[in-house]
Design a protein around this ligand. Sequence first.
Ligand SMILES: NC(=O)c1ccc[n+]([C@@H]2O[C@H](COP(=O)([O-])OP(=O)(O)OC[C@H]3O[C@@H](n4cnc5c(N)ncnc54)[C@H](O)[C@@H]3O)[C@@H](O)[C@H]2O)c1
Length: 250
Amino acid sequence: MDLQLRGTTALVTGAGSGIGRAVALALAAEGVRLALLDRDEAGLRETAELVNGEEERQDALMLVADVTDEAQVAAAVGAVDRLDAVVCCAGISGPVGSGIEDVTLAQWNAVLAVNVTGPFLVLKHALPALRAAGAASVVLISSDSAVVASPGMVPYCTSKAALVQFARALSVDLAGTGIRVNTVAPSVVDTPMSRGDLGDSAFDAPGFPVQSGDEVAAHVAYLASPRSRAVNGTTVLSDFGYSARSGFPA
Ligand SMILES: NC(=O)c1ccc[n+]([C@@H]2O[C@H](COP(=O)([O-])OP(=O)(O)OC[C@H]3O[C@@H](n4cnc5c(N)ncnc54)[C@H](O)[C@@H]3O)[C@@H](O)[C@H]2O)c1
């Protein structure tokens, strides 16, 4: 299927690693010109080199910025005139395995700041460029943690559920503008983040289903594409059906 993305322009946040890098590569392979944003300049440079080495050679725009800092976001995103898609992947897991009595206010605030305030700031400042495209698509990377929870991840789960409703509410606010807003909510994806949280050995013979960044990127590419123009305000929950199973013992 031709996703009809060739010649379009997209901004990808969190592009310096994991899912953001996979999204950048998948979109580049579809002929999308990219603006790549991350606070990690070295990671960003590595992704830009990979993107520039793709068959469709291009000079991806590198934007070093922290998504929690409005001045940095405004300066970075303001450098782009037109955006057919914005994909927000920048995120942190925060404390994993801590009950809330052990979670500091600073840790709580950091998770909410990166995972929720970050997309708010990026989209607030990207709106003029999205409007300039006429029909545009926003894809936010949430998590299955928006609908199910593992113990010791209250800040992360809270932030990912907030992101789903942020997307839904924004899709309603932007109805009639041609700008769609959707989320992708994957379960465990093999990235530096999940390896950092679970340990490398957990991925040797995992007793849980693991997906790749490429697989998540395929959902993102579809949602970024005009092929999905009727899909708006919703979530692609890619969790191997885990959350569909009732506790009923049958
Ligand atoms: N890995 C998983 O299992 C998994 C599952 C579901 C959802 N997600 C979500 O996918 C997204 C990407 O995660 P990943 O697994 O690729 O993680 P990752 O750690 O590999 O990549 C995250 C990237 O975001 C960047 N980033 C973090 N804070 C930032 C900030 N304040 N400003 C700018 N950039 C910042 C990091 O520098 C990094 O390059 C996150 O939102 C994460 O919550 C991950």
